[in-house]
Design a protein around this ligand. Structure first.
Ligand SMILES: N[C@@H](CCC(=O)N[C@@H](CS)C(=O)NCC(=O)O)C(=O)O
Length: 257
């Protein structure tokens, strides 16, 4: 059985979950908590990144690599556009988000969440018993420095840069989406899936796996409020309503780290 090791409410993890759901790939999911995840993931891949797919004893990490692998095994519905120029554009958009926009936006998001450990624990411990979430929130201040460092959150400048990246990404999808709403070509592709997964953190599409638990903490609420009303937020919610399908995340059986 394929297993996805993941964080909840994380753009790269949502990207892979979405592809697995669309292609109806039989699998189970194991949700990890940031911090304690390191030992578990490092044992499997030698790195600490999630998402990580376990397939027949092998580990595949990197959301783009995972999507490529899935496309060869489960070609339908296709996420890679058939036309060469649309495919090249979809891959360019994926790379731009994966390597530039998403990590920058994440700095602003994590900074806001880390200011209220209870909110951070509720988001990443979503679905766990309240006692576990409270215990995680209690120890989180000890790990907060490492999480900031690991994500390049160096101070107010990196947060301001994250906000600029969010404006850039929202502006891009609002401007680029044609009459049919797609970013590369005339059909849903990995470009929409990648941009949508990143922006879902800000759009919180209702009734979706990215709709986070409430209350979400005043700093994170202020961040969401800042972009509410942006046409890029409306694009993301519409994309989710049309293409996300699954309403909830789930965990498969097995121990959680
Ligand atoms: N380029 C990677 C980035 C993955 C990534 O940054 N994952 C984050 C969660 S969104 C993570 O696992 N961070 C914790 C760590 O690296 O230890 C991908 O596309 O999958």
């Amino acid at each position: 059985m394929i297993e996805l090791l993941q964080f909840r409410h994380s753009p790269f993890n949502e990207k892979v979950r979405w592809a697995l759901d669309l292609k109806q790939v039989p699998h189970r999911r194991r949700s990890l908590l940031p911090g304690p995840h390191m030992a578990t993931v490092r044992r499997l891949s030698g790195r600490t990144h999630t998402p990580l797919l376990r397939v027949d004893g092998q580990a595949i990490d990197g959301s783009a690599r995972i999507l490529e692998w899935l496309e060869t095994r489960w070609p339908q519905p296709a996420l890679y556009p058939a036309a060469a120029d649309d495919r090249a554009e979809a891959l360019r958009i994926q790379q731009w988000f994966d390597e530039d926009l998403t990590p920058r936006i994440r700095r602003a998001v994590l900074d806001a969440l880390l200011r209220q450990p209870g909110a951070f624990a509720n988001v990443f411990g979503d679905g766990r018993p309240a006692l576990q979430r409270r215990a995680y929130a209690a120890v989180l201040p000890l790990a907060a420095g490492l999480i900031r460092q690991g994500n390049g959150i160096g101070g107010p400048d990196s947060v301001a840069d994250g906000l600029r990246a969010a404006e850039q990404a929202l502006g891009f999808v609002a401007e680029r989406a044609g009459a049919d709403g797609y970013l590369a070509g005339t059909a849903f592709s990995l470009a929409d899936l990648t941009a949508g997964s990143t922006l879902a953190v800000l759009a919180q599409p209702p009734d979706s796996p990215m709709a986070g638990p409430l209350p979400c903490g005043q700093d994170f609420a202020a961040l969401l409020q800042r972009f509410e009303g942006h046409p890029g937020i409306a694009w993301t919610r519409q994309l989710y309503a049309r293409h996300r399908g699954a309403r909830r995340d789930f965990d498969g059986p097995g121990p959680v780290a």
